[in-house]
Design a protein around this ligand. Structure first.
Ligand code: SAH
Length: 418
C-alpha cells in the first residue's frame, strides 16, 4: 500500500519538475510515508526525523504522510517543530498545497475516503508489477490493530475505477496485477443499477486484458474467502497459486480475544477447499505472538497449526500494544522476554518449513517474473509464482521467463532460464 502511495506522489512531484534523489541531504522536499502498525515502526519515524531535521538542506520542506501522521496528530509538530506538513493516509493528495504555500504548515488527518485515488496524476509508465488498491480502511476491528483508527471504516472503490486503473497499468507496462486492500477479499461494490461486484469479478475482468499475465491479491481475511473466489483458483489460470491468509494465532481462546471470530476448523476447511480447487496452491500467514493472556498451551497451538497448514512463507511479530486499540488495555500483558522467546521458536519452525518447500522446488520449472538486480548488482532476481526470490544469471533478462530451479537455500532459489 505504501509503495503504491509513494508511486502516486512521485508522479505528482515529477509533473511539477522534481527529480528523485538518493540522499536526503540533497533533497528540496523530504516525505516520510509511514506505518503505525507496531510501535517500532512509529518510533523509527521519529528517530529518522530527528536525524533529518539537523542534516537537511536549509529551507528544505519536510513532513510525514500516512498512518503515523494520523496516529500522532498535532503532537507530531510538538515533537518535531521543523515539520512542514502532517497528512493522514487519506489526505496525502493535499500535498501539492505545501508546494504552493511552503510557509504555511499543512495539517490534515481527516478520513476523507476515496478522494485521494483520483486527485494525484497516474504515473506515465507502470512497473511490471502494478499495485492496484481496491478499498480503504477495514471493518474487522481486531483488538490489537490500529488500522481501523488510522485508515477508517472500510470503503470499496467503484468497480469501473479499479478496472480503469488496471487498464491504464496494462497499457503502460504492467504484466502482473496485485489487488490491494486491508481486507481485500471483502471487496464489495454495488453500482447505481444495483449490480454488486466482488473481488472475483475484478479478477475475471483483469484477466481479460492480454497484457495482464499474472494476478494476485493481498491481504485476505479468512471468513471472506467465499466460494466464488475459491472457484477463481480453479478456473483462472492467470491467478497465481499463492495466497496470504493470516491466521494470527492457533489458539481458539486467543482468536476470540483478538476479535477474529472464526474457528480453527473453519479456517482448515477453507484451506482444504482452496487446495482442492488448485492443488499447487501455497498459503502464507501473519502471526502475532505474546498477545495479552497467551499461555504456553495457546502458543503450542500456534506451532501446531503452522505445522498442519505448512505455511511456506510468513510474517511473525511480537504483539505490540497500540493506542486506540482494545487489547492495549487488556490485563495479562506478556513480558517482553517471553514474547521474544516465543517469536524465536515460531520463526525457527516457519523457517524450517520454508526451507523444506524451497528444497522441494529444486528440479521444477516455473514461470517467474523479473524483480531487478540482486544486492551485488551481478545477478538478476526473479520472483516465482510463490514469491520466492530466484537468482539467475542471464544476459537478456526478459520480464517473464521459464526458469529451471537448480538450487535452494533458506530464503531464495537459484535457477536457469530455459
Ligand atoms: N489487514 C492487514 C493488516 C495489516 S498489518 C492484513 O490482514 O495483513 C499486518 C500484520 O501486522 C497483521 O496481519 C498482524 O499480524 C500484524 N499486526 C497488526 N497489529 C499488530 C500489533 N499491534 N502488534 C503486532 N503485530 C501486529
Amino acid at each position: 500500500m505504501n509503495v503504491y502511495d509513494g508511486q502516486r506522489i512521485a508522479a505528482m512531484l515529477r509533473e511539477r519538475g522534481y527529480a528523485q534523489t538518493d540522499t536526503y541531504t540533497d533533497a528540496d522536499i523530504i516525505i516520510l510515508n509511514t506505518c503505525a502498525v507496531r510501535a517500532k515502526a512509529t518510533d523509527k519515524v521519529f528517530s529518522a526525523l530527528g536525524r533529518i531535521r539537523t542534516e537537511k538542506k536549509p529551507g528544505a520542506i519536510m513532513g510525514i504522510i500516512g498512518c503515523v501522521a494520523r496516529e500522532s496528530g498535532t503532537d507530531a509538530f510538538r515533537r518535531v517543530p521543523e515539520l512542514n506538513f502532517v497528512l493522514g493516509p487519506q489526505s496525502y493528495h493535499k500535498l501539492p498545497e505545501i508546494l504552493e504555500n511552503p510557509d504555511v504548515r499543512l495539517f490534515n488527518i481527516d478520513l476523507g475516503g476515496l478522494e485521494k485515488f483520483d486527485e494525484l496524476p497516474m504515473p506515465n509508465t507502470s512497473p511490471a508489477l502494478a499495485y492496484i488498491p481496491i478499498q480503504e480502511g477495514c471493518n474487522h476491528c481486531c483488538t490489537y490493530c490500529i488500522v481501523p483508527y488510522t485508515r477508517g471504516r472500510e470503503i470499496s472503490r467503484p468497480f469501473n475505477d479499479v478496472i480503469r486503473d488496471v487498464t491504464h497499468a496494462a497499457n503502460t507496462g504492467a504484466t502482473e496485477i496485485c489487488f490491494l486492500g486491508q481486507n481485500v477479499n471483502g471487496y464489495k461494490y454495488t453500482d447505481i443499477d444495483g449490480t454488486t461486484y466482488r473481488l472475483s469479478d475484478l479478477i475475471r475482468a483483469a484477466a481479460k486484458l492480454d497484457a495482464v499475465q499474472r494476478i494476485r491479491f493481498t491481504s485476505s481475511y479468512p471468513t471472506e474467502m467465499t466460494d466464488d473466489l475459491i472457484d477463481m483458483f480453479r478456473t483462472e489460470v492467470k491467478l497465481l497459486p499463492f495466497l496470504n491468509m493470516p491466521i494470527q494465532s492457533g489458539s481458539q481462546n486467543v482468536l476470540t480475544r483478538m476479535n477474529r471470530p472464526y474457528t480453527l476448523d473453519l479456517y482448515i476447511d477453507i484451506v482444504d477447499k482452496l487446495r482442492s480447487a488448485r492443488p499447487d496452491i501455497q498459503i502464507s500467514s501473519d502471526f502475532i505472538v505474546g498477545f495479552p493472556g497467551e499461555t504456553d498451551a495457546d502458543f503450542e497451538q500456534t506451532l501446531e497449526i503452522a505445522r498442519h497448514i505448512r505455511y511456506i512463507n510468513s510474517f511473525s511479530f511480537k504483539y505490540s500494544p497500540r493506542p486506540h486499540t482494545a487489547a492495549a488495555l487488556m490485563p495479562d500483558q506478556i513480558p517482553e522476554k517471553i514474547k521474544s522467546q516465543r517469536l524465536y521458536i515460531l520463526d525457527k519452525l516457519l523457517n524450517d518449513i520454508q526451507r523444506e518447500f524451497n528444497d522441494a522446488c529444486i528440479g521444477q520449472d516455473m514461470v517467474c517474473m523479473l524483480d531487478g538486480r540482486d544486492k551485488t548488482g551481478h545477478h538478476w532476481v526473479y520472483r516465482t509464482p510463490y514469491m520466492q526470490p530466484c537468482i539467475v544469471d542471464t544476459e537478456t533478462a526478459p520480464t517473464l521467463a521459464q526458469i529451471h530451479v537448480t538450487d535452494a537455500n533458506k530464503a531464495s532459489l537459484r535457477g536457469k532460464i530455459i
